[in-house]
Ligand binder design. Structure first.
Ligand code: BGC
Length: 646
């Protein structure tokens, strides 16, 4: 429908109908207005598979239509592969088409501020560049199928404890450099249909009522032209939400009359309400026209889930090259997760997987005959990790240890069998006081319904591991930069570590983690060389071309992730020692060399400055009391562009 027709519809709607359009019909649908031919559209979780339920249901543990369960974001982020995330989005978009879903509630791109956050499994990374690039690729994939993506949870929603009331208090620079850029990238490059306003407050103001961010930043500065939906139950003030630019309150509400009354007494401008209605109608008509309603074919989704899982597995340790295993070895698979893997997280993202393949199933299907008795085994593969009772949406963890039973199992198995391999299923980092004991450690994360096959492919060398950690694994919880201010006091969470989130802290503080961000081993070896820059100084309109040659110097084909970090000069502002700005995953045959090229712009060298400086990327930002010119300064020259390979 064209803008003029939308305008005609807005003029025909009564005040009551306009208010009604701004809240849900039920748990998942917008309201139809039949007399004007306005249809209802359906939203569904997301992000790593569809949770399609009837309008009256919102059951977190079941009841949804069976569908493909892809790897959770904690895992898929480890692929560092935009193409795979794009393919996942496309496949999900097709499934949405078949199942009548118009808007998929994902991607979830909140930054992993603390490894304790119960919902980290659903988020990509502690790094905004990685989270933004993968979230954009996924969103573009979904939207290529005529389905809307909904980027969530906007923003600074970094813990589950008091998630519906706590206030995330960080300075503007920290927000602009760490907690906002992933959203900014996706909004600007993928043009998502929708953004979900989070439960928490930002500096004392609920996200759903935060005009500075929902209108000032998102729409006026970044150019977002879709609609904003509240997280489910996140709206506390319907009138305040409309004024701020939060268009649709979900799920169903009995408070539409508050909007009508506010317009009638002049507390709310009808033009503000019209803006929200217009944005909702634009999407309703755009999405409704695109439905096809065909049968879902799960087979391609399963194969894609398997591919993503195998590219996401991170090999953390491989002493004496104990991996890959050979089929002639006697191998025992130990632990309940070998039969019944933990392959996804709990809460609103929980998918009713159409099938799940365990590692034992996969080994059997591949004709690998496993021994039952560890005493008869050359190699013991121990499947352990976190259970759903230990991490989920809705609560945070209180420590990073595995259960005492799992830790004991590692100790005892390693004491008994010198060739022990640990396979981990977990949605976020764990401490490993036992790290020296097993020969190999395989981080399989929550890898979706095909994880069993992916793990067996990696264990037996059919797939060469190529995942890289999208987050730091600290030696101990107290090393994490948010440790002293997580989960806040009396509902106020001060982001005291500022821009030193994740690896930015560890590298700057020179604090060795257990396993660093970006780390992962392979069965082959890569050599990086000939780093070249096309200039040694640049001004604000220049770009810098960087290239590096990468050679596979090992014996097998494999993939590596070239990671480009910028190391700023020391100046008047204290900055992280290095920051990821570009990455590319490449595959190389043995002996093959490829040149990887990147282009860096001013923004890649920039930090957010709260003082007026010559170069801006922030433009005018409206604060509650004053207008401040927020600018971006760029170091006049760069001392070093660091390429770092784990
Ligand atoms: C979650 C969202 C989800 C919504 C609908 C909320 O509790 O925070 O991520 O999309 O429920 O299930």
């Amino acid at each position: 429908m064209n803008p003029a027709d939308i305008e005609k519809l807005v003029a025909l709607l009564s005040l009551e109908e306009k208010a009604a359009l701004c809240s849900g019909l039920d748990n998942w649908h917008t309201k139809p207005i039949e007399r004007l031919g306005i249809p209802s559209i359906m939203m569904s979780d997301g992000p790593h598979g569809l949770r399609v339920q009837s309008g009256t249901e919102n059951n977190l543990n079941g009841g949804s239509v069976p569908t493909v369960c892809f790897p959770s974001a904690c895992a898929s982020a480890a692929s560092f592969d935009r193409e795979l995330l794009n393919a996942m989005g496309e496949e999900l978009g097709q499934q949405c088409q078949s199942l009548g879903v118009h808007v998929l509630l994902g991607p979830a791109v909140n930054i992993k501020r603390s490894p304790l956050c119960g919902r980290n499994f659903e988020y990509f990374s502690e790094d905004p560049c990685l989270a933004g690039e993968l979230g954009a690729a996924y969103s573009i994939g979904i939207q290529s199928q005529g389905v809307g993506a909904c980027v969530k949870h906007f923003f600074a929603n970094n813990q589950e404890y008091l998630r519906m009331s706590s206030s995330s208090n960080a300075d503007e620079r920290t927000l602009r450099e760490i907690y906002l850029p992933a959203f900014e990238n996706i909004v600007k490059t993928a043009k998502p249909a929708s953004v979900m306003a989070s439960y928490n407050k930002i500096d004392g103001v609920f996200s759903t009522e935060n005009k500075n961010y929902l209108t000032g930043l998102l729409r006026d500065e970044w150019g977002f032209d879709g609609f904003v939906v509240s997280d489910w139950g996140a709206t506390h003030n319907r009138v305040g939400a409309i004024k701020a630019g939060c268009d649709l309150t979900m799920p169903a509400e009995s408070t539409d009359s508050e909007i009508v009354a506010a317009v009638n007494v002049g507390e709310l401008q009808e033009s503000d309400l019209n803006n929200s209605v217009r944005r909702i109608l634009e999407l309703v008509f755009k999405m409704d026209e695109s439905k096809s309603g065909s049968e879902v074919d799960f087979a391609p989704g399963y194969e894609l889930a398997r591919k993503i899982a195998s590219e996401s597995i991170v090999l953390l340790k491989n002493d004496d090259s104990v991996l890959p295993l050979s089929r002639s070895q006697k191998v025992a698979f130990i632990g309940e997760f070998a039969d019944s893997p933990r392959y996804q997280g709990g809460g609103s993202s929980h998918v009713n997987a159409e099938r799940v393949t365990s590692a034992k199933d996969a080994a059997r299907n591949a004709g690998i005959e496993l021994v039952e008795d560890i005493a008869a085994a050359d190699v013991a593969v121990l499947f352990i990790g976190l259970t759903e009772a230990e991490e989920s949406e809705g609560f945070d963890r209180t420590h990073l240890r595995l259960s005492a039973a799992h830790e004991q199992l590692v100790e005892e198995t390693c004491a008994f069998c010198p060739n022990t391999v640990v396979v981990l299923h977990n949605g976020s980092p764990v401490e490993m006081p036992w790290v020296d004991k097993p020969k190999a450690i395989v981080e399989a994360y929550l890898g979706g319904e095909a994880i069993g096959e992916a793990v067996v492919d990696v264990l037996f060398g059919k797939a060469n591991p190529s995942g890289r950690l999208p987050e730091t694994f600290p030696k101990k919880l107290s090393d994490n930069p948010s440790y002293l201010s997580f989960p806040g006091e009396r509902g106020i969470v001060k982001y005291q570590e500022g821009v030193f989130a994740g690896y930015r802290y560890y590298v700057t503080k020179e604090l060795a983690p257990l396993f660093p961000f970006g780390f992962g081993l392979s069965y082959t070896k890569f050599e990086y060389g000939d780093l070249s820059l096309n200039k040694s100084e640049m001004d604000e309109n220049d770009s810098l071309a960087v290239s590096v040659k990468v050679k596979n110097v090992g014996m097998s084909a494999g993939k590596t992730v070239v990671q480009l970090y910028v190391a700023p000069e020391q100046g008047e502002v204290i900055r992280p020692l290095r920051e990821l700005k570009k990455f590319e995953k490449i595959g190389l045959e043995p002996g093959e060399t490829k040149t990887v090229a990147f282009e860096l712009s001013k923004r890649d060298f920039a930090y957010w400055s709260e003082f007026a400086l010559p170069f801006t990327w922030g433009g005018l930002f409206q604060t509650s009391a004053t207008k401040a010119l927020c600018c971006q300064s760029m170091a006049s020259s760069f001392s070093c562009v660091a390429l770092w390979s784990a």
